[in-house]
Every structure is written in C-alpha cells, then in structure tokens.
Design a protein around this ligand. Sequence first.
Ligand code: C2E
Ligand code: MG
Ligand code: MG
Ligand code: MG
Length: 286
Amino acid sequence: RAKAEGGGLCRIFDPEMGARVRERRILEHDLRFAVERGQFHLVYQPQTAIETGEVIGFEVLLRWHHPERGNVPPDRFIQIAEETGSIEAVGEWVLRTACREAASWTQPLRIAVNVSAVQIHSARLSGLVREILVETGLAPERLELEITETALIRDFDRALASLHLLKALGVRIAMDDFGTGYSSLSNLRAFPFDKIKIDRSFIMSVDSNDQAAAIVRAVMGLGRGLALPVLAEGVETQGELAFLMNEGCQEAQGYLMGKPALISHFAHVVDEETTAEDGKRRKSAA
Ligand code: C2E
Ligand code: MG
Ligand code: MG
Ligand code: MG
C-alpha cells in the first residue's frame, strides 16, 4: 500500500507544484484589485476581561471573498500581499474601515488591528494612522495595533522608531502570538508594548498539559514583572478559562467567548444603552 501511495505521489508531484505556482500568480494578481473591487470585509472577535466576563474590545480580522475561489483565508494571502507590496493598500483599507466602524459605536470599546512587518517598516505608517484617527474621530487609546515578533526583527532600528512614533499618537501596541517568534524576551524589553498576547498553541489544553501550563505561568510572571497585561488567545474551553483565571490572566479571546463574526452580530454589545441592570452588574463586579 505504501508503495502504491509513493508511486501516486511521484506522479502527481510535478503537476501539483505547477498548480501551486499558477494559483499563487493568480492570487498575486487579483490581490492588487481586491480593495477597489470590494472583495474584502472585516469580522470582529470579542476580547473579554476574565474577571468580569465583560467585552472590552474586538480584534479585527480580514476576510477575502474571491469571485472564483470563494473565501481565501488570511494565512494564505497575507504573506503574498506582503511580498508583492499589496499589503500597503490592503492594510490601509483595514485600518480605515475598522476605525470608522469603531468610531460609530456608542460604547467606547477598543479595536485591535493586525499590522504586518511591511507596514511597520514603512515610513508612512504613523502618518497614516494619525490621518485616519483625525478623519474618523476615533480616540487614539481605543486603537490597539497587534504586531508579531517576526515583524520587528527585520530592521530593529526602523521598527523601534516606528513604534515610538505610533506610541506618541496615543495608540496602544500589543505583542501578538507571543512565544512563537525569536528572542521574545529582549523584544519585550526593547519595544514599548502595552500588552502580551500568548499564542493559541500554549493555551490549547493548558488545563491538562503540564508543559503548556508551565509556559503560560512563566508568561504570566513576565507580564507581572514588566507590568504588562496578558491576553490568552484561542480559549476554547471552560477548563482553559478557569486555569487562566486562577493564574491571574487579565484577558481572553477565543471561540469560547465568541467566534469572529460580522459586527452586526455584536450590535447589542457595541451600542448597548446604559440601564439600571448595568449599574447593578457594575456594582456587584466592583
Ligand atoms: P492572529 O492575529 O493571531 O489572529 C487570531 C487567529 O486565531 C484568527 O485567525 C482567529 O480566527 C483565530 N482564532 C481565534 N480564536 C480561536 C479559537 O478559539 N480557536 C481557533 N482554532 N482559532 C481561533 P484568522 O482570522 O484566520 O487569521 C489568521 C492570521 O492572519 C491572524 O492571526 C493574523 O496574523 C493574520 N491577519 C488577519 N487579519 C489581518 C489583517 O487585517 N492584517 C494583517 N496584516 N494580518 C491579518
Ligand atoms: Mg492578531
Ligand atoms: Mg495571534
Ligand atoms: Mg497568528
């Protein structure tokens, strides 16, 4: 049986590679027009305070609906957009659309927007963010930019300068996917982060796996030492949430609290009127 499979693999290997190259060329090309053709939309995933369970903000996640290919996941197209330069226009569209959306809410909740390495290293980013904040009227402290470590190592000095310009505008910076990149610890010290997001791979089965638990505890210790709040990504079970609460983790995001969805799905959260019921809830939480 192995032999038959091996033979099969050999025969299909070349055409498959050709198909992948063709596919990539098509995506490369189509990405250049996707913004103007209205093929992108945003979904929002709640981020909650673990202690109270309240939604404190949303991460904004990009979705591409390709006319022939259907939904193409970000893990498939973001890197291509970075390598071909399309990310500049795409990233600008994401920032502007998300800020405009958040500025329209009655609740001053936060939005967390993913920013790619290419954007961080572009001299335009802080100017663009300032322009969008002015244009939309969004309070800067409501905007959080999520940056992965790999985005910072390409050109340390430029990345650092870029983050300081952004901080000067009053926006917040979160380290995304913490623990999966390089030299995490020196990055944490060097860059002006406001939050650590522990990668989903460490949260998975944290309540039943001793190694995962040890790593999450260590990150919690780091957060305490550096006075940075920690958000756990990819929380899927009550057991994981209970573990995180017990370890003093401040924030959580994951399918347990809510999957990414159109903002209309969260209308009652972002446009919630303050009622007597809320007053009661706040008092009992305090
Ligand atoms: P990320 O920033 O780490 O985003 C979290 C990813 O985990 C999202 O995948 C989200 O849907 C998924 N997720 C959240 N909770 C759970 C959970 O409980 N279980 C599981 N299995 N998954 C969960 P998504 O939307 O496919 O995005 C993947 C990555 O693509 C993001 O990782 C981010 O790096 C990138 N990305 C998404 N939108 C943008 C964008 O607008 N700009 C840039 N530059 N990158 C983006
Ligand atoms: Mg993110
Ligand atoms: Mg992440
Ligand atoms: Mg990620």
